[in-house]
Design a protein around this ligand. Sequence first.
Ligand code: NAI
Length: 344
Amino acid sequence: MNIFREIISLGFEQIVFCHDRESGLKAVVAIHSTKAGPALGGCRMRDYASENEMIADALRLARGMTYKAAVYGLKYGGGKAVIWDSPAAGNHTAKFRALGRFIEGLNGRYITGLDMGTTVGDMDAVRLETRHVTDTSGTIMAQNDFTADMTAYGVYLGIKASVKHRLGCNGLGGVTVAVQGLGKVGRRLCGYLHQAGARLLVADVDERAAAHAVNAFGARQIPADRIVRTKCDVFSPCAHGGIMNDRTIPKLRCAVVAGAANNQLGLERHADLLRARDILYAPDYVINAGGVIITAGELDGGNEEELRRSVETVETTLLNLFRMAEEKGITTLEAANRLAERAF
Ligand code: NAI
């Protein structure tokens, strides 16, 4: 990878390569933008196959955070820390303390928090070295997966907005939603949808997760390899990225794609393909922003009720974005990008 070419073309401010000999920490802190405020974005820990893969992940995630914060006019920019290691490897306290020292050296330009592969205990270790960290013990976000719950709440409101725009329905009574992935977010999303009267079709590669949704929400289980091509009003990807691609888009039998998964589109041009099929796409980084909205809110001193209310902006933001895309004859992704790029 030609790093300077990448960071110039993607508009990055700073990339910090971190190494701590004692703990064995190898990490990258990628700061995409601090124009609106300190760069916000969690810390991912993963045993990447290569250095290039690790750096590419850090860059993609950090830039995504800037866009996510910008669409919602948050006073924060985008960044991400990535540790190149298996979460199962030992020595966590020493590694995360070392990361904390590097973050402290950035003087508040970057604030870290939870992401895939990291725990509240890891953030507590970071906190021993710096105050520029969220999701530590005792914070609202560290309790009962509050971040996942608020992400799910935002996705639920985003589905309501999408259905209103595309199908003209006020509310979700009788609307069929196919949820792919019933983990921390998907399972909670099913709860909100069920309460609103939606009919649920669910799939997970983990049989227990699917059985739980069937029992708790009266959902109908669909085999995991068939959920993408199941007839429904809304397809809601809540498992992994890249699910919208040349192979899957022609098979979709839905009017709306609206889910929590990050990086749902294999490539940006897949937004055009969805539009050509008259399928309304709720851009992933807009509909799944509940977590970052409440992180910003808690940093600004909000209580739990205020944080929950702040997520409601997802519904109005998506409605405005859908209107803008229609008026300008562009994809919803292009509309989201334009909205974000105005802010930084
Ligand atoms: P999770 O790891 O708790 O759940 C993912 C679920 O998907 C698991 O139950 C897994 O068995 C299932 N799954 C994996 N492959 C599958 C397949 N091929 N078909 C069906 N199910 C499959 O993850 P979580 O936290 O629920 O996140 C879900 C998605 O939402 C991820 O893409 C994540 O990046 C994104 N996201 C999560 C946020 C959060 O607050 N947790 C915030 C924003 C985005």
